[in-house]
Design a protein around this ligand. Structure first.
Ligand code: NIG
Ligand code: FE
Length: 409
């Protein structure tokens, strides 16, 4: 199967299969009047200046002079969950904080109850529909975390759903085990014992079944402290997992510092990250996975993205799609917030939603740039340039979405 995309006004992409930091974060290639030849789902040739790749094609798409970029990569989602939590909004508007609701047995624990009640099929169908919606917004690869089961049966159920989605859905889905997302009700007041149970039982079982590539922990005031997070992550590393940390989302209790010390692949959220934590991340080669739609939805400040870029930390922008702190899977909204609130440039933002998250979920060799030999994951935007994509707000500007050479939208 040979596909040609011709008449591309501007083909904009970062390059390479590694994450970009510092000034490199803002370097994209821009090819004017370009074309892409695709064969069997792989990019074969890219031309510019009106030149058309040679050969016969089974399908030709006219990009009508528009912007073309790599398919977006959402490096942080909680894609699989039972129920919703719209009941929390009046509590929040009356002044209850995110952690107040969690401490009262709601929040994540409410979703845990609903996820435990849900069958594999119910979770699968709901998440597959979310993935369809994500692809319609231009996302062709995403990460998905467990963490609403919090016991052997239900964490495995969630991870099996993520695995089945990865096998059956056109999107690529990369699994992360997040058993340390909250302390389940049966371990209330016994966080240390819950961590021990995960280190001894759950982490080895997830490894044995090959159900996750990364382990993640919610290192936060009244959830897991820095010492508990360290113990869990060290057990995960000993089992061969790579590490991620939900760090400094509400309070800086040492999560970003720990991420750097453990050379975690990524620290995620970082709204409250301080100098010490950021220096540790730069030192440890840890990527920042920033979630601006969560800052918006929780009414918080925005992570210090510019400082991170100055310190040489690779920056990603992701959705954090979940039923509590960010019930939106529209990564285009996160792009708008990255532009206006983080004050990142359109080029830095494109890197932050393509190659950098691809590398943070170990897919940098396959996706995240438009280059010969990479997977043909491509978006034609209803926009002439990245500036337009960063500026227009609330509309879906993804016009044509191509995954492994197949037109999905
Ligand atoms: O990344 N902070 C922890 N986890 C999610 C929220 C999960 C939830 O509220 O259900 C987050 O914001
Ligand atoms: Fe999250």
């Amino acid at each position: 199967m040979r596909l040609l995309i011709k008449n591309i006004g501007c083909l904009q992409t970062p390059t390479g299969s590694y994450s970009h930091k510092g000034s490199k974060q803002g370097q994209n290639v821009k090819l004017i009047d370009a074309a892409i030849a695709i064969e069997d789902g792989i990019i074969k040739e890219i031309t510019q200046g009106g030149k058309i790749p040679a050969g016969d094609f089974d399908q030709v798409i006219d990009a009508e002079g528009k912007l073309v970029t790599p398919g977006l990569v959402d490096g942080h989602t909680h894609l699989v969950f039972g129920g919703y939590r719209q009941n929390e909004i009046p509590m929040k508007l009356a002044g209850a904080g995110y952690l107040d609701i969690l401490r009262a047995g709601g929040g994540i624990l409410d979703t845990v109850r609903k996820t435990r009640e849900a069958t594999f099929e119910e979770l699968y169908d709901k998440s597959a529909a979310f993935l369809d919606e994500m692809m319609s917004f231009g996302i062709t690869t995403c990460e998905a975390k467990s963490g609403y089961g919090l016991d052997m049966e239900n964490e495995i159920k969630m991870l099996e759903v993520i695995k089945a989605l990865g096998e059956n859905h056109p999107a690529d889905v990369v699994p992360t085990f997040m058993g340390a997302h909250a302390i389940p009700p049966e371990y209330e007041g016994r966080g240390d014992e819950y961590i021990d149970m995960m280190c001894d039982e759950l982490i080895p079982e997830v490894r044995r079944r090959g159900l996750a590539e990364f382990c993640d922990v919610f290192c936060e005031d009244s959830v897991f402290d820095s010492a508990q997070s360290k113990k869990y992550l060290e057990a995960a590393r000993a089992q061969g997992f790579e590490l991620k940390i939900h760090a400094d989302e509400i309070e800086d209790i040492g999560g970003s510092k720990l991420a750097g010390e453990l050379q975690a692949v990524s620290a995620e959220h970082l709204i409250a990250a301080g100098e010490e934590g950021m220096d540790s991340m730069a030192e440890g080669g840890t990527t920042a996975m920033l979630l601006p739609a969560t800052s918006f939805y929780l009414g918080k400040t925005f992570a210090p993205a510019r400082t991170m870029i100055e310190k040489g930390i690779p920056v990603c922008i992701a959705s954090d799609f979940n039923p509590g702190s960010c019930p939106s899977l529209n990564l285009q909204l996160a792009i708008n917030l990255g532009y206006l609130r983080y004050k990142m440039t359109p080029e830095e933002i494109l890197t932050a939603v393509t190659i950098n998250p691809a590398c943070a979920i170990n897919r940098g060799e396959l996706v995240g740039t438009l280059e010969e030999g990479k997977q043909a994951d491509i978006v034609i935007w209803n926009a002439p340039d990245m500036e337009m994509l960063c500026y227009r707000f609330g509309s879906n500007l993804a016009q044509t979405v191509i995954k492994k050479g197949e037109v999905i939208k």
